[in-house]
Design a protein around this ligand. Structure first.
Ligand SMILES: C[S@@+](CC[C@H](N)C(=O)[O-])C[C@H]1O[C@@H](n2cnc3c(N)ncnc32)[C@H](O)[C@@H]1O
Length: 407
């Protein structure tokens, strides 16, 4: 079994796991962790490098009674570690607060009798270490971050097998052309949205972002191994910025992007995209246009209503076009919602639009997950303190026989 440590927007993290491991069983899930069985270490590691919503993964080694029993199990594991020089190790805890520093010292004391190697405790404080310390101390090489996990009535001891590389995300973000006056999609969220399509396979080979902006979705898709990524934007300036960011990435990674990023109005999508793009294996993944940027001080119900009217015109036209051409792939898309002085206001017109043109809102969280999507069938992402949040949907045009009933 494997423990997934979830990101801040834990429902999105759970949806990403559910999408990538459809056959797995969620043995346990809360706001912080998900425990999965029915997956192999190879599968977990193959996906983890591109999972924006999981912070780290632990492989469970033992069921333990309580914290003292965990210390014994950790000591026995460390005893067996094959290494001649000093072994660094750390302690982390989930579901029950431990003083990790004190716990680590006690484990170290037990280990004194181990004659052939010595140990160095990495924790300096009671709390869990972060990914930077994990990396700096080379804990991945020794597999010696020892985790105590309390999941309801059962507790476990496990070792960390992968930790999110925050530096790599930051570096890709910094490589992008910035300051273009548009909000940027966090790369981790872009990855999660791409993963919501499903695991990359013969059924999903290409990604298209019709509101590509600076190209975050395009870069992350290419980074995740999609061999074809298409992008378009109504603004020539954005197309050129996306081409520049993607161009640098493409050169570094030997990818051909010639002609794949172009200027187009998403509300006229039926006439702007080549027919060859509309295959079952091309998915639309996009942050979409979120309307004018508003701050906590400038937001008003009237301004929100005005944005909703403007967005409804764009999206009505776009979904009508997608219906006209019979868009075959999956669509993962964000629409805005706003914090109007403590009250969330949603872009509810979109529900009628999606429905009118025959798009089905797909389930994002499986039944054995003890959390639900919103009443709209969406999941939410908002950075603390931001006025505009993103409401994320997974959509699919209904099959022809069902479509006949609509319009
Ligand atoms: C929120 S930004 C997308 C940012 C992008 N995800 C990124 O991380 O760089 C929205 C983009 O939608 C574009 N846009 C607005 N209306 C559009 C339309 N009708 N068709 C295509 N693009 C549009 C804007 O030019 C802007 O670049």
């Amino acid at each position: 079994m494997f423990v997934f440590i979830l990101g801040r927007e834990f429902r999105l993290s759970l949806a990403e796991i559910y999408s990538l491991f459809p056959g797995a069983i969620f043995e346990f899930a809360n706001e912080q962790i998900a425990i999965l069985s029915g997956v192999s270490e190879g599968e977990v590691c193959a996906h983890f490098a591109h999972m924006g919503g999981t912070i780290k993964v632990i492989k469970i080694l033992d069921e333990v009674k309580d914290a003292p029993d965990f210390m014994t199990a950790a000591k026995e594991y460390l005893f067996e570690v094959e290494r001649t020089n000093k072994v660094p190790f750390a302690v982390a805890a989930y579901g029950e607060k431990l003083d990790n520093f004190a716990t680590g010292l006690r484990i170290k004391k037990f280990l004194k009798s181990c004659e052939d190697k010595s140990f160095r405790l990495v924790n300096k404080e009671p709390k869990n270490i972060n990914s930077a310390v994990y990396k700096k101390e080379h804990l991945a090489e020794s597999n010696t971050e020892m985790n105590y996990i309390k999941a309801g009535k059962i507790s476990y001891m496990g070792i960390t097998i992968a930790y999110q590389d925050v530096d790599a995300y930051a570096a890709r973000d910094m490589d992008k052309t910035r300051d273009m006056g548009v909000g940027m999609l966090p790369p981790k969220l872009a990855q999660t949205m791409i993963n919501l399509v499903g695991a990359q396979s013969e059924y999903c080979t290409a990604i298209y972002d019709p509101f590509c902006g600076l190209g975050t979705v395009l870069i992350e898709s290419a980074y995740m191994g999609y061999d074809t990524v298409y992008g378009s934007d109504v603004s020539a300036v954005m197309v050129s910025a996306a081409n520049k960011s993607m161009g640098e990435f493409a050169v570094k990674n030997d990818i051909d992007i010639d002609g794949l990023i172009f200027e187009a109005d998403a509300s006229k999508i039926a006439t702007t995209i080549p027919e060859s793009m509309n295959t079952k294996t091309t998915s639309i993944v996009t942050e979409g246009y979120l309307g004018d940027i508003m701050g906590t001080k400038t937001v008003t119900p009237d301004k929100i209503a005005e944005q909703c009217r403007k967005l409804a015109r764009i999206y009505d036209s776009m979904f009508r076009d997608l219906r006209t051409i019979g868009w075959r792939g999956t669509i993962v898309i964000c629409f805005p919602f706003w914090d109007n002085r403590g009250k969330d206001v949603f872009f509810e017109d979109i529900l009628a639009i999606i429905d009118r043109y025959g798009f089905e809102r797909k389930e994002l969280l499986g039944e054995d997950i003890p959390f639900r999507a919103t009443v709209h069938g969406s999941l939410l992402y908002r950075r603390p303190g931001q006025t505009v949040g993103r409401e994320i949907y997974k959509l699919q045009l209904l099959p022809k026989e069902k479509l006949g009933l609509k319009l």
